[in-house]
Design a protein around this ligand. Sequence first.
Ligand SMILES: Nc1ncnc2c1ncn2[C@@H]1O[C@H](COP(=O)(O)OP(=O)(O)OP(=O)(O)O)[C@@H](O)[C@H]1O
Length: 597
Amino acid sequence: MSQPPAAISNPALPARPRFRFGLLVVLVLAILLPIVPYVAKVDHYVLNILMQAATYGVAVLGMTVVLGYTGQINLAQGAFFGFGAYAVALGTVAYGLSFWVSLLLGIVIAGVAGFVLGLTTLRLGGHYLAMITISFQQIFDLVMVNWADVTRGPDGVAGIQRPSLFGYELSDDRAYLAFCAVVLYLMLFLVWRLPHTRLGRAMRAVRENEMAAEVTGVPTLKVKVIAFTLCAALGGVGGALYAAGFAYVSPDNFNFRVAIDFLTMALLGGAQSPFGSALGTMMLILLPEWLRFLKEIYLAAYGLAVILIMVFMPEGIWGIAAAAWRRAFGRAQPIYASVPPLVLDVPAQGESTMLKLSNVSKHFGGVKAVDGIDIDVARGTVHALIGPNGSGKTTTLNVLNGILRPTAGSILLDGRDISHASPHARAAQGLGRTFQNIRLFPAMSALENVMVGAQRENNPIPGGDAALRERALAALAFVGLADRAQVVVKSLPYGHQRMVEIARALAGHPKLLLLDEPAAGLNSTEKGELVQLLKRLRGHGLTIFLIEHDMALIEQVSDRISVLNFGRKIADGAPQEVLRHPEVVKAYLGESAHAAA
Ligand SMILES: Nc1ncnc2c1ncn2[C@@H]1O[C@H](COP(=O)(O)OP(=O)(O)OP(=O)(O)O)[C@@H](O)[C@H]1O
């Protein structure tokens, strides 16, 4: 395949200077934290609090990955923290291993526990996932308390030694705090960069709309399991540092209350940013100290402060602050002066039938939504599927791309049987789709939305981010939206959102594009633009299978029409012939109108 030249030549002409002051402040504070204890007199108690904040901070970064980026709840982070802590505690004290070996073991054990828990439970979502992670946390607690032969039970493990690093003993509190801070910053940097990688974009797509992500080619279960594993491993790192920091651990340090603390810290600061998580951790550790002067009512005041912040700042403190900062000092949108043309790379050879549905049925109990239909979609044509409301069109599309399993029948795409493949595997075979009710990733930019489409498995473009970005821009330019690339998609007008959804599908080089009522909600100008777009796509040789109620549009763009009524195919053929077919007229206008005609 010939790749378009790299021609994005003018990535940014900011109208206002890029304001880097915020980053500078964060960096200065970060550097000061471990240095201050060396230059100012800081007592042991304060050092302990800072050490707790730094080690907890690493574990809370895990919550950013799983909750903030991927949108999955985890109420077992206390247990993963505990795995890391006990690995170091028992590894060094009971088994004589070095700190570094124990740390590695802790990360691996926590990561494997997270992987197994994730793999077995992440098919479930919402309340179920919350309940299972709570149960896991409780089981961990019970095991730590009762399996005393190994864990030393409620008495805990004492005498944990701090490590040395390149021959330098970290036994001094200030040195160990500096070490923890460096680890925290390193993890923070990695978590901060994650959203701009393939994996990070896939995670955010899962958070924004899991079904759309799967259909766009994101292996959603795999992405969620990876997120859970990373979260658990970060918990393990935090716990390992904590154990050596405080020289003593007991089950109380890793119980359900701690898991709730981690969750609250992430939510309070702003789970979608690692800086938010770090801020939330700091605040929740310091808040009780600051409120201690309130004596008896301090717990109530503390709870009230947390509730108020969470109710009135659902994006967390960092989320609010970052939004205000962007309004004041935000960067200008890049202007893309020259965007490469979209290469659709439609294979000219192959089966003459791009899509073959044979005897496909989908029954919901007694409702035969689709009942034994046969449809052949010829390569390079626009094939419309029409029918009255409730006739089974959307169900057919959902069966086609794997959202629903067929009750019977087979589906061949370009000669390959995809009847039992998952939606993301079908996307990887070249099945692109848009939805009747637009399903974008609302909090991501138009460009990022389309990049998720471009990064589907088997997409014949180079794997790097630059190529994905170029492909996405080309797809946006094809639908006339290159200048809106950086706009967060939820703030685009409805018509533009429809176009972004089509661009997202096009970026994945579809062999077959499924469009579910693409004209729904569009005004007449936008419908005209859609007709032109569909004609251009057909001109490129793309095969399109389309559901639509707008007959004028259907007549203008379709090469062939199949008609459904009550789940059965009642007509199939050229538009003029099918639209005058007596059965079709009867289905749309009713028996009496048909008789009158
Ligand atoms: N998940 C479901 N469970 C039970 N019945 C369903 C389900 N999904 C669809 N149906 C039924 O299947 C039939 C076909 O629905 P479908 O949405 O496929 O029709 P449609 O032709 O796309 O309609 P419209 O043009 O209004 O979108 C309807 O009777 C609908 O109520």
